[in-house]
Design a protein around this ligand. Structure first.
Ligand SMILES: Nc1ncnc2c1ncn2[C@@H]1O[C@H](COP(=O)(O)OP(=O)(O)OP(=O)(O)O)[C@@H](O)[C@H]1O
Length: 250
């Protein structure tokens, strides 16, 4: 399939070249090539099990491809230095429930190698960004699902990553919070952060500049929401998606 972004654009921040992945004889990603440009808000859309999480893990070097190669931030993965320049928010929150929000974030800040006044400043900044400063002293077991997601986002942002990779950041979050997370993402994007986000939500996909549609481990389309709609004479992304997935729903 054809990647519709003009080739005259910047060097890609992430490039997958004929990448495939097989688990226990089951091919979950068929040979796939596409790229993400600097400063993109790039969405990955597809039904459950279509391979979104596997693809983003390949993009950051958390999984290794069986064929092909992934070049991220100009380096072939896996590479620890590159991994440290990426902010990753997994689908399930990896938080310590007995510790407070502050203690959790402080632990991850130390893991990222942040120290002294800069560490304190960053913790303050990211907690403020996700509106959790007033709850910093609360233990996580008193947090709602949405608060945990926001804390996970704050942790992914601690080290001011150039690339932010978010696996369904707004699952289980009410519409108001969802909007505030997207506002934060758009602000980060305006400041030059490249963002890759998986979602099942069509109006979130609409906010992305480019989208990759996945089905059964195959990349079935890449383009801007308007390009995809025009190409398939569809009024909405949902229609495009339904056309591609033969009626299956995201
Ligand atoms: N570590 C693993 N071992 C074996 N199979 C795996 C592993 N990780 C993922 N899979 C399989 O790979 C396929 C794609 O999974 P993946 O999590 O990438 O899909 P997804 O599109 O992110 O799904 P969802 O929207 O439900 O999160 C699924 O069939 C899944 O069962």
């Amino acid at each position: 399939m054809i990647d519709m972004k003009p080739s005259s654009m910047n060097q890609p921040v992430i490039a997958l070249r004929e990448v495939s992945k097989t688990y226990e004889k089951h091919t979950v990603i068929h040979p796939t090539s596409f790229s993400v440009q600097k400063g993109d808000m790039f969405g990955m859309l597809g039904p459950s099990g279509s391979g979104k999480t596997t693809t983003i893990k390949l993009m950051i070097g958390m999984e290794q491809p069986d064929t092909g190669e992934v070049i991220t931030l100009g380096t072939k993965l896996p590479n620890l230095q590159v991994f440290q320049r990426i902010g990753y928010m997994a689908q399930s929150d990896a938080l310590y429930h007995e510790l407070s929000a502050y203690e959790n974030i402080d632990f991850f800040a130390s893991l990222y190698g942040l120290k002294g006044a800069y560490k304190k400043e960053r913790i303050q900044a990211v907690l403020e960004l996700v509106n959790l400063l007033p709850h910093a002293k609360k233990p996580i077991h008193q947090f709602s699902g949405g608060m945990k997601r926001r804390l996970s986002l704050a942790i992914a942002l601690l080290h001011e990553p150039e690339v932010l990779v978010l696996d369904e950041p707004t699952v289980g979050i009410d519409p108001v919070l969802r909007q505030s997370i997207w506002k934060t993402l758009n602000e980060l994007k305006m400041n030059g952060t490249t963002i890759v986000v998986t979602t099942h939500v069509m109006d979130e996909a609409e906010q992305c500049e480019r989208i990759a549609l996945l089905r059964d481990g195959r990349l079935i389309a890449v383009g801007s929401p308007d390009e995809l709609k025009d190409q398939h004479q569809a009024k909405s992304l949902e229609e495009v998606f339904i056309q591609f997935s033969g009626g299956a729903r995201a």
